[in-house]
Design a protein around this ligand. Sequence first.
Ligand code: NIG
Ligand code: FE
Length: 418
Amino acid sequence: MLIHSASQLITLEGGPQRGSKLGELGVIENGAVLIRNGLIEKVGGTEALINNYPDEERFDAKNRVVMPGFVDPHTHAVWVGDRANEFEAKLAGKTYLEILAEGGGILSTVSATRNASLDELKTQSKERLMSMFKHGATTIEVKTGYGLDLETELKQLQSILDLDEEGPWDLVPTFLGAHAVPQEYEDNPDGYVDLICNSMLPELINWWNQSAKGRSLPFVDVFCETGAFSLDQSKRILSSAKELGFPLKIHVDEFDNLGGASMAVELGAYSADHIVMTSENDIKAMAKSDLVGVSLPGTPFGLAHKEYSPAKSIIGNDGYLAIASDLNPGTTWGENPQMIIAIACRYMKLTPAQAIAAYTINAAKAVGKHAEIGSIEPGKKADLLVLSIANYQQLGYRYGTNLVDTVIKDGNIINYRN
Ligand code: NIG
Ligand code: FE
């Protein structure tokens, strides 16, 4: 199939974009893409490609923007229930960490998720994933972390694996058993850390080898934060995971700076996520490494906080910056990547071009998939969006409505717009 007459074909060719390179979109005006067997085969101008492939089936982009599908490298999309009551408590002045310390917050979603059947969990989660997909997310990372016991964590992983097969999207699984200390271990948090290191992670490998049909191991992530896991506890968990061969991610500096980003660099993690209260030292350590800083601007927005990731400093120090939704029931229930771009532009002062690169090729790097997705280049998956706009600058500028007209996943045209 030949997609042609794109007003702007946003290729993002040339790999992940560090520092001031962020935002090099590689635009081809009046562009075209040849797709075969679900992969991108040729990229170029409309005239040239139509001349070279005159008999190819055609899809007319009608002078609108064509870009790579969004890669969302950080979500907690698999849960049951909601926490609208907490939203009201927060508006009345309670903080997120106060609610968690009282046994609410993450722990309230944990009890709902423990009590749900696999089917119920999948049904509720699938609806959110479908909504993200319609808004342009073609690859979505999904974390566990609402089980905090092996049985429920595996139920979450099973639903991620099932939903990956059932849906048009690609899902990237992450084990976040260290999302909070479960109530059973309230008086012995280090006992829970031991349980994760000595029992949950090794058992996860056995389960994975039987259940995941040859897929490579999931990421292991830790919520390194006051009220969740200390720097030392996070290091123990991630070091054990690393020894067992898991790739690593970490939640850091959402509310407090504990030095988690530098530790993540030392351990060779793929990404450090949130990075709001991150120190200059941590930013410098990140920038000297291959680690991607994943900013989640929906989270301060969802919490009505004023602090956002120091994007200018990350870019100025020559680091890798990606953005993601953090979709979850506690801090930010938003299913539209375009809205995240709108927030990133306003509060982190990213240009639309920078936000687009951060949500595609750099996001792909944050999940280790930049060789397969995140740009429109020969050999990559044909995961593309046809937007309803003629100029990419309208992304971020306009918000709250869906500017995705058509999603093309693995070369299949899926128009879910209604
Ligand atoms: O990334 N910070 C930890 N985890 C989520 C919130 C999860 C929840 O509140 O349910 C986050 O913001
Ligand atoms: Fe998160």
